[in-house]
Design a protein around this ligand. Structure first.
Ligand SMILES: Nc1ncnc2c1ncn2[C@@H]1O[C@H](COP(=O)(O)OP(=O)(O)OP(=O)(O)O)[C@@H](O)[C@H]1O
Length: 691
């Protein structure tokens, strides 16, 4: 295929250089030299038609063997000497041949040559062109593999798979007519095309990082804007004056509000369509007026922080926050839309679930809670479990720290999910991750029997029952289920299932889950026993009519939020698209330093990824550098949790400690730390300047 004609790009100007590029993500000296490295190709995300992509393999550099005329002449006598280890030359006509008299060295040398040949990595030139820019970067296969792994981590659900890049075996196995030999470059090209045509992937930080300028050979050229005929401005990127990129500031105007899906204490959740991508999201709208006058600022900030932390990990069973922003009256959380409704609505419809459904949901919820605990988050609200189109669930709406408040009675008057509260919370004692295992026990009980174990008409009576009453079961229940529920609904948290030294493993290895392959659960390889009926995109039958018939319009505030109170919401904005390379690196680093972090924080169940939310919290905050006072104040207001024998102020405090630890490069032993952090600082100042 003639790529020049296909893309109209000056392929002839691309020189065949077969030098291996630096490893991707590994910022070497060049990266610290200036603002060249790390520069992004800001291709027009919505302008797919004008996006041109090409991948071409550079000719391999010939293996470096000694030049024939550099090898010294050897007398024929030398050839007869046995045991001569040195390579010698024999003349044959005009030609000279390299001969070795030592079998071993002969082998080694040819092995070395082979090795050298095969270890010379292929280098691919990726060219991407849109209306205004032309990107030309060099990557190796290993870079693609690393990129694919990053995507796999960030987007476990949907992403194109990196093709098998070695097709030799297939060529023997497949009949000839079925075997179409695609070059590696073509395979990589179609892989990249798929990535770039996925609206989520193409705006991800991982892709942004992959397509950024990493070495001096990588270039971005700007086309002359006056001429639409794809004329490239020949100035190299190094001498173009770089204007800081100001990302689009998200607002509710980016969405068409369609229908109300639900309503809670905090506000409405509205099914909305993002105008630029045509995708549906659930936008949670919270009135600032309500937040301020009900003194719920901390709660709303905590919710946003926890959502941001959870979004980082792309866990299959945790809701994903796409972005958050605010205007003068409202706060907005843009979440993935789950069309199957929530478990509460399902229970209202079916009253109780069959055994298979209970086991299926229980297993997925266990993994969701496990992940929350790994992130240092407690306080799961189990009634907030949403069902996806495929029947799998996600946990949402976690992190309302109202349940962490010491003055719990006061919190309770605000909005309660009292049925799931663990006895230690009701007794206003310090509590640990154990509270979530109690809540899980309550939820499984409810899914099995259609009623919570200590249900009562009157809330106070319910608390009393939670603290005192015997746990009762209907007669026809399986022994394993009874044993699991007794274990989870232990009043003494230290005796509760899941709270021993092996943590959640205690639950996962309980006989109730005997036939569960946890790896299959995590990878969603188990078919959901119930698939919600959804006939078309706008089918809202799984949501309560009471909400669906409400007006999706944003209501105007009855009174204005005082100007001085507006600053409470500084830094509320978040976008998953701005997870910069620092965060990616930190995430990678966090895995490698997990053990030492656990030592530092005495938090055996918290993983340092918890820092990411805090990092975002810090870094999206425009005035963060001057606002450590605010954070301290914020932390001081946060309720306390117990982790082992240590008392902590909520997860943010932990995050801050771990963040500081991570930011101290000496612990990390990462080559790319210093440079990546500097690029972050550059970029962070651009994020939502007015937020
Ligand atoms: N991402 C989503 N996809 C589909 N429906 C959703 C989504 N998020 C929320 N909902 C619906 O909206 C309802 C209310 O949402 P949510 O619980 O987050 O609001 P809230 O104001 O925090 O409520 P709460 O009173 O529990 O604090 C949910 O029960 C669910 O039915």
């Amino acid at each position: 295929m003639n790529r020049s004609s296909k893309f109209g790009t000056p392929w002839s100007t691309v020189k065949s250089v077969a030098r291996p590029t630096r490893r991707l993500f590994q910022n070497s000296g060049a990266s610290r030299r200036g603002n060249l490295v790390g520069l992004n190709f800001l291709f027009t995300l919505t302008d797919q038609e004008n996006l041109r992509i090409a991948v071409e393999e550079l000719a391999k550099q010939p293996t470096q063997l000694p030049q024939i005329d550099q090898v010294p002449d050897v007398s024929p006598n030398d050839l007869s000497q046995h045991g001569n280890n040195n390579s010698s030359l024999r003349k044959k006509g005009n030609k000279k041949f390299l001969i070795s008299f030592n079998n071993n060295s002969n082998k080694t040398s040819s092995n070395n040559q082979k090795k050298q040949k095969s270890s010379t990595p292929s280098v691919f030139i990726i060219t991407i062109e849109d209306r205004s820019q032309l990107l030309s970067i060099r990557r190796q296969i290993s870079d693609f593999i690393e990129f694919d792994q990053q995507l796999r981590h960030e987007f476990p659900k949907s992403r194109p798979t990196l093709p098998s890049l070695d097709d030799r075996r297939k060529s023997f196995l497949l009949p000839r007519h079925l075997f179409t030999r695609k070059s590696t470059a073509e395979k990589l090209e179609s892989y990249l095309r798929k990535v770039l045509s996925d609206s989520h992937l193409k705006s991800s930080a991982v892709l942004r990082d992959f397509l950024s300028v990493k070495s001096e050979k990588d270039t971005i050229r700007w086309k002359k804007t006056s001429n639409s005929n794809s004329i490239i401005d020949n100035r190299s990127v190094t001498n173009v004056v770089l204007k800081p990129h100001k990302p689009h500031k998200p607002s509710i105007d980016d969405y068409d509000l369609i229908k109300v899906l639900g309503r809670g204490c905090m506000g409405k959740v509205i099914l909305s369509r993002e105008k630029s991508t045509n995708r549906l999201y659930a936008v949670k709208v919270i009135s600032k007026e309500w937040v301020v006058f009900r003194q719920e600022v901390d709660h709303t900030r905590t919710e946003r922080d926890i959502l941001a932390i959870a979004s980082r990990t792309s866990h299959p069973f945790l809701i994903r926050l796409r972005e958050s922003f605010h205007d003068s009256n409202q706060l907005f959380l843009v979440l993935d839309y789950y069309p199957g409704g929530d478990i509460a609505t399902q229970l209202a419809k079916w009253h109780r679930f069959d055994d298979a459904r209970c086991l299926f949901y229980a297993a997925e919820i266990v993994l969701g809670i496990e992940e929350l605990h790994r992130l240092g988050i407690v306080d799961l609200k189990p009634e907030n479990i949403l069902i996806g189109r495929d029947g799998h669930i996600v946990l949402t709406d976690f992190g309302l720290s109202k349940q962490f408040n010491h003055s719990w009675q006061k919190t309770n008057t605000f909005c309660g999910t009292a049925e799931y509260l663990a006895p230690e919370i009701i007794r206003a004692e310090y509590y640990t991750f154990a509270v979530d295992w109690w809540s899980l026990g309550t939820l499984i009980y409810e899914m099995m029997f259609g009623i919570t174990p200590f249900w009562a008409d009157d809330q106070n009576r319910m608390y009393q029952r939670v603290l005192e009453d015997e746990l009762e079961f209907p007669e026809d229940i399986m022994y394993d289920a009874i044993s699991l529920l007794r274990g989870l609904l232990q009043r003494d948290p230290s005796q509760r299932l899941g709270c021993g030294p092996t943590g959640s493993l205690e639950i996962k290895s309980h006989p109730y889950f005997d036939y569960v392959d946890w790896d299959d659960v995590l990878n969603k390889r188990i078919c959901a026993p119930y698939i919600p009926t959804i006939e078309h995109e706008m089918d809202l039958r799984n949501f309560d009519d009471v909400f669906v018939t409400m007006s999706p319009k944003l209501s105007l505030p009855k009174r204005d939020v005082p100007v001085e109170m507006q600053q409470c919401f500084t830094g509320y904005s978040f976008s998953e698209n701005y997870m910069d390379s620092r965060s990616v690196n930190t995430l990678r680093a966090s895995r490698s330093v997990n053990r030492s972090l656990a030592d530092v924080t005495s938090l055996h169940r918290t993983n340092s990824s918890a820092t990411l939310g805090c990092e975002r919290y810090d870094r999206t905050d425009q005035d963060w550098n001057n606002s450590s006072y605010d954070l301290d104040q914020y932390i001081s207001k946060c309720p306390t949790i117990m982790v082992g024998d240590t008392k902590y102020r909520n997860h943010l405090y932990l995050n801050k400690r771990i963040s500081q630890f991570l930011l101290d490069d000496s612990h990390l032993n990462l080559a790319d730390n210093s440079s990546s952090s500097s690029s972050t600082v550059e970029r962070q100042t651009d994020v939502y300047p007015n937020s």
